[in-house]
Design a protein around this ligand. Sequence first.
Ligand code: ATP
Length: 514
Amino acid sequence: MAQQEDVFKKIVAHAKEYGFVFPSSEIYDGLSAVYDYGQNGVELKNNIKRYWWEAMTLLHENIVGIDSAIFMHPTIWKASGHVDAFNDPLIDNRDSKKRYRADVLIEDHIAKIDEKIDKEVEKARKRFGDSFDEEMFKQTNQRVVDYIKHREAVHTRFSEAMNANDLEGLRNIIIDEEIVDPISGTRNWTDVRQFNLMFSTEMGSTADGSMTVYLRPETAQGIFVNYLNVQKTGRMRIPFGIAQIGKAFRNEIVARQFIFRMREFEQMEMQFFVRPGDEMRWFAYWKEWRLRWHKALGLGDEKYRYHDHEKLAHYANAATDIEFQMPFGFKEVEGIHSRTDFDLSQHEKYSGKKIQYFDPELNASYTPYVIETSIGVDRMFLSVLCSSYEEQALEGGDSRVVLHLPAALAPTKCAVMPLVRKDGLPEKAREIVDELKFDFTTHYDEKDSIGKRYRRQDAVGTPYCITVDHQTLEDNTVTLRERDSMEQIRVNINDLHALIHDKVSLNSLLRKLK
Ligand code: ATP
């Protein structure tokens, strides 16, 4: 674990050193849980967004996009339930003066019990070898039986307290389980209070005439309130979807783990409108399809898992998360929810406008049901970055840091380098750049030794380096070096485009989703 934390620290440092992610307002000592994307970060982020957008809108003829405003009528957040219920239970430790989410403290505590169970199981598995029967062991080993019983008891109390919004109940669990503050090590806890996560501001110039508006905490509501506009103007027929990418804001109580939990972040959300009664079929479809989208990137199938929700949000009748193995454990990257007709019905109620769909096949009107897929751009970015980072020992005692980014997502697709800065090689290299730049992000680099230049490109994940040497002037060939294998082949300049395109284009990646 400690080793993983070290790796994570290195990734964060690497992200800064190579222009991927900077702390916001750094020269003013930063702003907590807000980050800026640098010259490489913005390219990687844009590529992630394009991959999502095109997978949704190009590959599905019944999905269209919108771009709604961040400010919306405040009643929207009343209708959606965010004003009253978008809360986290917070608790303070009087000694460390640190603030925590009470539910997270308890979840972490449960995870620790799980770890103890896993440890016992692994120990026994080693001891018994092939004949090991895990289920039998869990039922008969007294220590493990006790752990499981304890875990279940805590979990039941926790679910009940969360479902009933019982803040005192949450606090009692923290006290009874003797959960300590990881910083002060004490149990000197305050009461648990509700904390609304929405940021608010004033719109309008005078004190009298202004009204409180919110920075949207999710992009989804912008889709719901435009449902009628899009359905009518696009003459959309159910089932159909509306996709949107945009900023969202949450005043997170504990902002941790770099860009995993930010106060300003970006979401890619798609709401898919279906007939009531059809929602489970579509929920299953999107659950499978979204995982396929992730796996097509080739980051490793074993790094993903579903986490089906036991406790459902008030609007959902099914929900699952796609979790990714980050250096700090399996964590949610995307949520897939069956939201019933909750949102559209609420907006119908609060706006007084009829929000229904006339289904010509059924010759009847109804409020559509909704399946939502919601993924954080920044979390996706983090998962790509973490799983791509490698410190590699090379033959001859050398080493390199390489980002094995999926080629279609890499900020720069190829770098063109003259071997030396004379004899017409730079001019030839420039010619190649001028040709390739229309299709690929291409860099020209002539500084330092060729080895150093390769390392620089490895560190930002550039899939191809093209080296121009004296032979190039004679036979129009160059060296094409591939990032991961470091293999170098001699190819004709005229073949470069096709060779590179095949590997780095978004098109090739999208085709994997067929
Ligand atoms: P969590 O339980 O981690 O707070 P959530 O369940 O509240 O997340 P959703 O409301 O389902 O998250 O939002 C959908 C997606 O938006 C998440 O899967 C995540 O990728 C992203 N997201 C949510 N909150 C943040 C945040 N504070 N910073 C970055 N990304 C976020």
